[in-house]
Write a protein that binds this ligand. Structure first.
Ligand code: CTP
Ligand code: MG
Length: 234
């Protein structure tokens, strides 16, 4: 029923949200921690649902929190249908569990960290549009601003890396559905991003401009920054 509200959507968004949030310090799983009074995951999913291309959203929740997550995301469901599945011990397992739950239909699949809770809907649209234009795999990136040094085990500097050739990678990462399925099927060691799996298949990955608002909330400082951004209108 809800899908009729969004008849042109050709995009499924997988939201790995099953992590503990160890680097935030003791507390609830990261996706459930409150940011300006609402769970981080609610902020993330609301922004995804606001992107007009989105047909369906599949969240991989902490295994013990599946029912709680379903309940907190119920208000978003009238905008885009939300399915909640239990995540796994590693991010890659959580993505695989969500991928397995995507209904027939959408041929574009985006993978988007719940931890990037302030990601604007237009970034979801621009990644999806690049896949629609024929790219198999698309990642949003930002230039690297710090000088980067390579060091040895004793923290001695081995050299300075040419920053102009480096990019910091964000999510959502977008894929033709069959490409992501094939990459996950042949996945070996866990990588921190899905495009890494696709690269290993020898498939070209295309960059589009990222957004500073798509920062990954990782440490307490990031929570404070996100809270500030929200209360000042992000
Ligand atoms: N993630 C997941 N399943 C896991 C581990 C991570 O779905 N087993 C998700 C997180 O919920 C997050 C995203 O992957 O949205 C990126 O991971 P990260 O920022 O590292 O989050 P956490 O793993 O929760 O944080 P930490 O590493 O500090 O514990
Ligand atoms: Mg982690």
């Amino acid at each position: 029923m809800t899908a009729q509200l969004n008849p042109r959507g050709d995009v499924a968004v997988l939201v790995p949200a099953a992590g503990a949030g160890v680097r935030l310090g003791p507390g609830a799983p990261k996706a459930l921690r409150l940011l300006a009074g609402e769970p981080l995951l609610v902020h993330a999913v609301r922004r995804i649902a606001a992107a007009p291309s989105v047909h369906t959203i599949v969240v991989a929740a902490p295994a013990t929190e599946v029912e709680a997550v379903r309940a907190m995301l119920a208000p978003v469901a009238p905008v885009a249908p939300v399915t909640v599945v239990p995540g796994g011990a590693e991010r890659q397992e959580s993505v695989a569990a969500a991928l397995a739950a995507v209904p027939a239909g959408p041929e574009i699949v985006l993978v988007h960290d719940a931890a990037r809770a302030l990601t604007p809907p237009h970034l979801v649209e621009s990644v999806a549009a690049a896949v629609r234009d024929g790219h198999d795999a698309v990642i949003p990136v930002l230039p690297v601003v710090d000088t980067i040094k390579e060091v040895d085990a004793a923290e001695r500097v081995l050299g300075t890396v040419d920053r102009s050739a480096l990019r910091a990678v964000q999510t959502p990462q977008g894929f033709r559905r069959s490409v992501l399925i094939a990459a996950h099927r042949s996945a070996g060691d866990a990588l921190t991003d899905d495009a890494g799996l696709v690269e290993k298949q020898g498939i070209a990955v295309t960059c589009v401009p990222g957004s500073e608002l798509a920062l990954k909330i990782t440490r307490p400082f990031d929570m404070a920054l996100a809270e500030h951004l929200l209360t000042t209108g992000a």
